[in-house]
Design a protein around this ligand. Structure first.
Ligand code: GNR
Ligand code: NI
Length: 171
């Protein structure tokens, strides 16, 4: 199965706002399969199309421990939200950075499946965190955007250092 390349912060393509999916074609299914393979191989619990440089409103997730609850949300909309939770988030596009973010505790999502059929689903706890995190990606937003300017500067420095060291070890 084809693996896709995951864009990393501060790549400007991560800031692209995705367009709605309008055609439910075999090519869309192939993209979903490739995103599934990429998410599992990167050991992520979610992946937004934006992260693989496809700017369509599509995300995949699996927050189960057994990796047996694969879910696809196409053109997702949050139609209800309640409560608050603070969770220590990470992101495949911001490697080895973790920070607490406050989000809704329970959400109701309306979306379409790979056939274009509309459905609604209630999510809470980690599933709600993950879906909100992925929907931010579709708007060009990253979890580090919620941090203070000082913390954002620290994140950029740490990533630059990581990249320098990764390059040095290859030389
Ligand atoms: O794998 C991931 N783990 C995670 C942990 C806490 C909050 C959100 C996430 S999503 C992330 C995968 C990712 O970057 N999706 O966009
Ligand atoms: Ni992410």
């Amino acid at each position: 199965m084809a693996q896709l390349t995951i864009l990393e912060f501060p790549d400007p393509r991560l800031r692209t706002v995705a367009e709605p999916v309008t055609e439910f074609t075999p090519a869309l299914r192939q993209l979903i399969d490739a995103m599934r393979a990429t998410m599992y191989s990167a050991k992520g619990i979610g992946l937004a199309a934006t992260q693989v440089d496809v700017h369509q409103r599509l995300l995949v997730m699996d927050v189960s421990n057994e990796q047996d609850d694969f879910q696809v949300f196409i053109n997702p909309e949050i139609i209800q939200r309640s409560g608050e939770q603070i969770y220590e988030e990470g992101c495949l596009s911001v490697p080895s950075i973790y920070a607490s973010v406050k989000r809704a505790e329970q959400i109701r999502v309306r979306a379409q499946d790979a056939d274009g059929n509309s459905f609604e689903k209630d999510l809470e706890d980690l599933a709600a965190v993950c879906l909100q995190h992925e929907m931010d990606h579709l708007q060009g937003k990253l979890f580090v955007d919620y941090l203070s300017p000082l913390k954002q500067a620290m994140v950029k420095k740490k990533l630059a250092k990581q990249r320098r060291e990764a390059t040095a070890s290859v030389a």
